[in-house]
Design a protein around this ligand. Structure first.
Ligand SMILES: [Ca+2]
Ligand SMILES: [Ca+2]
Length: 211
């Protein structure tokens, strides 16, 4: 149980790193005063950084799985056209079609719904994305948006997911074409919204799906 090795990391830990330029579309519910939210942010500033640069998760620490031996290459000196305030200096090059896997510990209390927003900044578009909860039950993808950055090289791929009921942890599995650089990843989860807010939020999701 890898999380058992991380007692010092449990709780709310937000390191004061200002390098979160690609957190371009936070979910509307982030920071709302309701229980059950988590946030994790990887900018891959170091080659051995499987844990998020910044996170807020009282249930544990998210993990970006690093596969040793060559198919994933940590890459420094990426194109940095937007200057130091928007650094895209380092990330992971996936040389083959190897899935990117993130594991997020989450609220153990059994509740009906979990919302999840995934933001990936990469040099090529993800080919397949899936969210697996307990028992390998898959989440449903409710929304997708690709945001092009000024240099026309990087995109941030935003997707929303719903898992019913909420699992106590989930795995996020994303496949990219070979030779994709993953520069930054942000994951927000919320299980479960306050009942009074849940229906309007689901209504918003339905409206978005129709757009
Ligand atoms: Ca980065
Ligand atoms: Ca970055």
């Amino acid at each position: 149980m890898r999380f058992a090795l991380l007692p010092a990391c449990l709780g709310i830990v937000i390191l004061a790193l200002p390098l979160h330029a690609e957190d371009v579309l936070p979910p509307e519910w982030r920071g709302a005063p309701y229980e059950g939210q988590t946030y994790q942010h990887w900018d891959f500033l170091l080659p051995d950084n499987e844990y998020p640069d910044m996170f807020s998760n009282v249930y544990g620490t998210g993990i970006f799985e690093i596969v040793p031996g060559g198919p994933m290459v940590w890459t420094n000196g990426l194109p940095n056209p937007n200057g130091p305030l928007h650094p895209r200096v380092s990330g992971w090059l996936f040389t083959i079609d190897l899935p990117m896997v993130l594991s997020i510990p989450n609220r153990p209390l059994e509740l009906p719904v979990k919302l999840l927003r995934l933001q990936i900044t990469s040099s090529k578009a993800p080919q397949n994305k899936a969210i697996y909860g307990a028992g390998d039950k898959q989440g449903s993808n409710t929304y997708n948006q690709a945001i092009q950055h000024q240099d026309a090289f990087w995109y941030t791929y935003v997707s929303d997911w719903i898992l019913e009921p909420n699992p106590d942890h989930e795995s996020i599995v994303v496949n990219f074409p070979p030779d994709t650089i993953v520069e930054e990843v942000v994951v927000d989860t919320w299980c479960t919204p306050e009942p009074a807010l849940l229906m309007p939020l689901l209504g918003l999701l339905v409206l978005r799906r129709r757009e």
